[in-house]
Design a protein around this ligand. Structure first.
Ligand code: ADP
Ligand code: MG
Ligand code: MG
Length: 243
């Protein structure tokens, strides 16, 4: 349902950050993109949300090629929401509820519907009661939840999360893994990136390994984590596989 075909992208003439990446994410999947710092994970994710336009290659949702005019992008981002690595890049409204309302308001939904969606999304991520709080007074884990609520309020098909566990303490990683797993069970397709081989990839049905702008492997976590040479090539440490 979400597919990228042979994406190439350079920030400047000296270095190609993506060298021809193709991947397919099936409806309902939970997949993880593994790669060390600088591998190109964020660059790829910014393409998955149509924020960057590839030099070559295409992005498809439900078989339809993404176009880069404003109307197509709005439609696309209704289906595919991105949660940035740093919530401070995403949260900007004075209060939590205004922040979560931004997406649905942008869709032009009636106020009552917006209000319902905000309440439902905050409740879903365990942040009811924080409606009037200034986001900047929240902890890192709480901000992450507000950012996720902002995407849920769009009723997305796919949620793309760039390094969602970065900066969280071990309990925060467990809690987030559980939430993402539940959202996936509820039908949302989940794509995460990480350079830490933590709990989240263990939950994934499929793992992709990115090295220097190229995918070098894909498979179940079990298959990938059983091949030390892949992890070594990707410069990732061998995880504890929970199964
Ligand atoms: P990752 O998310 O896996 O750490 P990135 O996608 O951020 O990797 O970066 C991939 C490569 O592109 C790196 O070499 C990085 O230095 C380079 N890069 C990322 N963003 C920019 C930018 N805005 N301008 C120039 N180079 C960039
Ligand atoms: Mg990085
Ligand atoms: Mg990154």
């Amino acid at each position: 349902m979400l597919e990228v075909k042979n994406i190439k992208y350079s920030y400047n003439a000296d270095y190609q950050a993506l060298k021809g990446v193709s991947l397919k994410v099936e409806k309902g999947d939970m997949v993880a993109l593994l790669g060390k710092n600088g591998a190109g994970k964020s660059t790829l994710f910014l393409h998955l949300n149509g924020i960057y336009q590839p030099d070559e290659g295409q992005v498809f949702i439900d078989g339809e090629e993404l176009k880069y005019d404003k109307k197509s992008l709005l439609k696309f981002r209704q289906k595919v929401g991105i949660v940035f690595q740093n919530p401070d890049d995403q949260i900007f409204a004075p209060t939590v509820e205004e922040d979560v309302a931004f997406g649905p308001l942008n869709l032009g939904l009636p106020m009552e519907e917006v209000q319902d969606r905000v309440e439902e999304a905050l409740s879903r991520v365990g942040m009811s009661g924080f409606e009037k709080t200034a986001p900047h007074h929240l902890s890192g884990g709480q901000k992450k939840r507000v950012a996720i609520a902002g995407i849920l309020a769009m009723k997305p098909e796919v949620m793309v999360l760039d390094e969602p566990t970065a900066g969280l303490d071990p309990q925060g990683v467990v809690d987030l893994s559980i939430l993402l797993n539940e959202l996936n069970d509820e039908g949302i397709t989940i794509v995460i990136s990480t350079h830490e081989v933590d709990l989240v990839p263990n939950y994934a049905k499929k793992v992709f390994v990115l090295v220097d702008g190229l995918l070098i492997a894909e498979g179940t976590p079990k298959e990938i984590f059983a091949k030390p040479e892949i992890l070594e090539q990707a410069n990732l440490k061998v995880p504890i596989v929970t199964d």
